[in-house]
Design a protein around this ligand. Structure first.
Ligand code: SF4
Ligand code: SF4
Length: 231
């Protein structure tokens, strides 16, 4: 009898509880600031041009080779309005192939690309796969229109950039220690669990240059890194 009463009490409590779910898609929860949707480009409102210089570094590091970028001379530089000698000419990302790894964001020297942290960055149903290939206007649209209100501009992957939020260094260290214990049963100081330094990791994991990731390099002309941008 007592068991039945307890069961009824639990059922009534559950029935009265406020649901944790919402009626998607008419209702949507607010996404966390660091949500990792698909990559989009940022618009520089000070000069009215993209931040992207078309340097192609992101395209070279993209592990699935889903980006194509070209650059051109920047007319705003010639007019003395911009510090960017070169500017992006064409930019394509095939969202059907992108795996949202964030590497393009981490390697960009110009803070020109971010992972979309709005619902538009995750709602991508299309009838035709070709519609998932985004061109430059499509990649800039949200930033340019102001829909991308608070882009998260910091690289997220500690493993690739060595970056970590300053206030959060202790918790990152604690998380690494816990992970090492979980995977190896050792402390992070032991040789097995030791996390490689940024330089060690760059040497081991990063592709050497355009030849390692540049199967579409026919369209990838121009200089890499900061050479292509601010003079
Ligand atoms: S690395 Fe940055 S500046 Fe260079 S092409 Fe990619 S988004 Fe543009
Ligand atoms: S998030 Fe990763 S897979 Fe997607 S475009 Fe950037 S580097 Fe390529």
């Amino acid at each position: 009898m007592l068991g039945i009463l307890k069961a009824v009490q639990t059922t009534v409590k559950a029935a009265m509880r406020r649901p944790v779910t919402v009626q998607y898609p008419t209702e949507k929860k607010v996404l966390p600031h660091r949500s990792r949707g698909l990559p989009v480009l940022l618009w520089d409102f000070d000069i009215s041009e993209p931040f992207c210089t078309g340097c192609q570094v992101c395209a070279r590091y993209c592990p699935v080779d889903c980006m194509t970028v070209t650059m051109k001379d920047n007319p705003n530089f010639a007019a003395g309005k911009s510090k960017r000698k070169k500017i992006v000419d064409k930019f394509y990302i095939d969202y059907a192939r992108c795996m949202r790894c964030d590497i393009c964001v981490e390697v960009c020297n110009f803070d020109a690309i971010v992972m979309n942290n709005t619902w538009e960055g995750v709602e991508l149903s299309r009838y035709d796969r070709q519609d998932l290939v985004m061109d430059l206007p499509a990649l800039l649209r949200q930033s340019k229109s102001g829909d991308l209100e608070t882009p998260f501009r910091e690289p997220m992957g500690v493993a690739h950039s060595g970056w970590a939020p300053k206030e959060d260094e202790e918790s990152v260290a604690a998380a690494e220690a816990a992970s090492a214990m979980r995977h190896h049963g050792t402390s992070p100081d032991s040789p097995v669990a030791k996390t490689p330094s940024v330089s060690e990791e760059e040497g081991a994991a990063r592709p050497a240059g355009p030849t390692s990731a540049g199967s579409k390099s026919g369209e990838r002309t121009g200089e890499a890194g900061k050479e292509g941008g601010e003079g």
